[in-house]
Design a protein around this ligand. Structure first.
Ligand SMILES: Cc1ncc(COP(=O)(O)O)c(C=O)c1O
Length: 459
């Protein structure tokens, strides 16, 4: 067998190389995002407004402009159960595609919950515990975030209540069991446990649910109890911050591979895995290096490619502060595609700002194309990607093909944010030829966008 980095498949770091700090892109952004507004007063929110929902350490991280924030030892100790994660050179996928490009991927599916989500779950559970909270409430789409938080709560000794989007609750019973195995309580959302859930059920008894609805329920739960804080698995600045261990490791691993990416790719739901990989590379891009940074989203929920940049609520019931972001409207209910974690009407404000500044570009893909690439990947690299992560796989495949057509060879790096072992019903349907390419409901999108017309406009 030939040796040398050009032939090497895995690039591994030693545990001692686990990043000791998170990277905060807020310190380097060319344009600061518009302030988050209090929905009642229309004024920027202050730490006191957020204190009922989040511990002060996370609120401080949310507004911090320090470029780096130290990771507490106890968090590092838990992260070291699976971090640093491997970076692979996808030799076999390259061969299957017959591409001249080099494709690398960072694999986050080796975490106990099977995705990147525990990177922030552990940090959030840690800070909540430190400030005396004993219980966390949260929403989950595909179940990846709910399982990550129930895992983190279990290890740190906190109670956890998960509101799981009903369509995923039904499609993914094993995710539900996993959440319960780590000791959390779980209900399908919309549920009868909250006023927000009951209101939706009254109007739409068969509602498949959405992340926006589930967030409303989890926020209401936390706001109503002293012992409980709310925990969000994406979108917020501090969540994206916690994920930057991914990109920092990847920079060291790409150096070991003697390669430097021309294109960095991630799928985007709320934006946390994309940010985790891309932000440390964007630090270099902002400093002058040329890198194409691509965000991949579903055509059925095309927040970055078709949404408007506007102030909107993060949830359906308008309980959250108003954030300036690309949005499809807070009561837009996306079609029930299998990438449940990408069915969110908004996106992280930091990513919206980077798109507006031209530092990140976005593409939207159809479900069947995404699964075709996922199976090409599984058939060459072996790993069955989560349907969300498969959007990034498809982004990499499309980029490699486009480079070949242009007669170029690129170095492509993407984030394989999780495995799809609990998503096999989606694969079954694809293989049976019954997976639908649910078209975007244009009328529903227009209606949901009209519904936010009266909200403040970002400067
Ligand atoms: C494996 C996987 N990738 C990506 C996502 C999308 O979330 P985010 O955009 O915050 O990374 C999810 C969300 O559930 C997920 O489970």
């Amino acid at each position: 067998m030939a040796t040398g980095v050009a032939q090497q498949t895995k690039f591994l770091l030693d545990e001692s190389q686990l990043p000791r700090r998170w990277y905060n892109i807020a310190a380097d952004l060319p344009t600061a995002p518009p302030p988050v507004l209090h929905p009642g007063t229309g004024q920027p929110v202050g730490p006191d407004d957020l204190a009922p929902l989040f511990p002060m350490a996370l609120i401080q991280q949310e507004v911090s402009e320090e470029p780096e924030i130290v990771i507490p030892d106890e968090v590092l100790s838990i992260l070291s159960l699976w971090r640093p994660t491997p970076l692979y050179r996808a030799h076999r996928l390259e061969q299957a595609l017959g591409t001249r490009s080099r494709i690398f991927y960072k694999y986050e599916g080796v975490s106990p919950a099977g995705s990147h989500k525990p990177n922030t779950a552990v940090a959030q559970a840690f800070y909540n515990k430190q400030e005396g909270r004993t219980r966390l409430s949260t929403e989950t789409g595909a179940g990846q975030w709910g399982s990550a938080l129930s895992f983190a709560c279990r290890l740190l000794g906190l109670e956890c209540k998960v509101y799981m989007v009903r369509i995923s609750y039904e499609q993914k019973p094993s995710r539900r069991s996993m959440i319960q195995a780590w000791g959390a309580e779980i209900v399908p959302s919309p549920s009868t446990d909250t006023a927000a859930g009951r209101a939706v059920l009254e109007e739409h008894p068969d509602s498949p649910g959405s992340l926006g609805i589930a967030i409303s329920e989890a926020v209401e739960d936390a706001a109503g109890r002293e012992d409980t804080a709310y925990s969000l698995g994406s979108v917020l600045n501090h969540v994206l911050l916690h994920q930057t261990v991914i990109g920092q490791e990847a920079i060291a691993q790409m150096e070991a591979a003697e390669a430097s990416p021309d294109v960095v790719i991630g799928c985007v739901g709320g934006g946390s895995n994309f940010a985790g990989l891309a932000f440390p590379f964007l630090r270099e891009k902002i400093a002058g290096r040329e890198i194409d940074v691509l965000a991949c989203e579903p055509a059925a929920c095309p927040t970055l490619t078709r949404g408007v940049f506007a102030y909107d609520f993060g949830d359906t019931s308008q309980l959250t502060p108003l954030v300036a972001m690309h949005t499809l409207g807070h009561d837009f209910v996306p079609a029930p595609i299998h990438a449940g974690g990408l069915r969110y009407h908004g996106v992280a404000p930091l990513i919206s700002q980077l798109v507006r500044d031209g530092l990140v570009r976005a593409e939207a893909y159809r479900q069947n194309d995404v699964f075709e690439s996922a199976l090409a990947f599984a058939g060459s690299e072996g790993i069955l990607p989560a349907p969300e992560a498969a959007h990034a796989v498809h982004g990499a495949v499309t980029t490699a093909k486009a480079a070949d057509e242009a007669g170029e060879a690129k170095t492509i790096l993407f984030n394989l944010s999780g495995h799809g072992h609990f998503d096999m019903s989606a694969y079954d349907r694809y293989l049976a030829g019954t997976l639908e390419d649910v078209a975007l409901d244009e009328e529903e999108m227009a209606r949901a966008l009209r519904a936010i017309e009266g909200l403040p406009t970002p400067a």
